[in-house]
Design a binder for this molecule. Sequence first.
Ligand code: APR
Length: 257
Amino acid sequence: MTIPAELIRQVAAARRVTVLTGAGVSAESGVPTFRDAQTGLWAKFKPEELATPRAFRRNPRLVWDWYDWRRKRVADAQPNPAHHALAEMEKLFPQFRLITQNVDGLHQRAGSRNVIELHGNITRTKCFDEGTVISIWPDTGDVPPKCPNCGGLLRPDVVWFEEPMPEAEMEQAMQASTHCDVFFSIGTSTVVYPAASLPFEALRNGATVVEINPQPTPFTSEAHHVLTGPAGIVLPQLLAILKNNRKNQRLRKTSFI
Ligand code: APR
């Protein structure tokens, strides 16, 4: 993959970098994206049919079992080179914010620190009625398990379709998108709002916007730079160039003295 010199110059000169990731970043960890066909016993369902409060009320066990199956797949998955490259990139800039639509927690497992989780996290569980996060509950054999505080049903701590976005995270994400020098949109189909508005907000506020995706998206024609390839290949390559640039800069400074 050839990374344009202009892009390298702009990223190397940036102080504030914001990244938005989608399911494509976890694809190389073996975690299916939302637009991948569902497999096995879930093949006959669409995520949109299961990831809603209505689906949970209608059949709580089905929805809980689907998330249980996904939680196990995520637990077995490992962060891939894209996750690790982003965790390394965080150390190269005075201000680096990572916004993710993913609920798999792989960015944190790769070492990324300040991750803004727009759609929650599948490894956390909360009470459907109270909304409080519950970390342990008695094993009564109930599926879904019951809240130890109020007896309501437990559910994954993720944002379902038709549910409001988490206010604090959305505010942080909007701030990070409208106040950055470079914005990377990586592995997202840019079709689900309000997350999909963030690259457009960054562009509108003067950031250099870079899209990394093997496929085109509704944002591709707007991006300043489009790196057409898998994140697990492109990001480590970009990171290596940035690190090499910094090493050369340091060398130049000492030789000048
Ligand atoms: N590297 C980079 N991008 C990839 C890779 C890869 N290896 N493999 C696939 N992609 C791209 C696809 O081309 C697609 O554009 O990742 C994108 C995945 O798109 P979606 O499956 O729609 O995932 P995402 O954009 O995260 O979905 C947004 O929609 O279903 C809801 O809440 C859910 O957070 C999700 C949101």
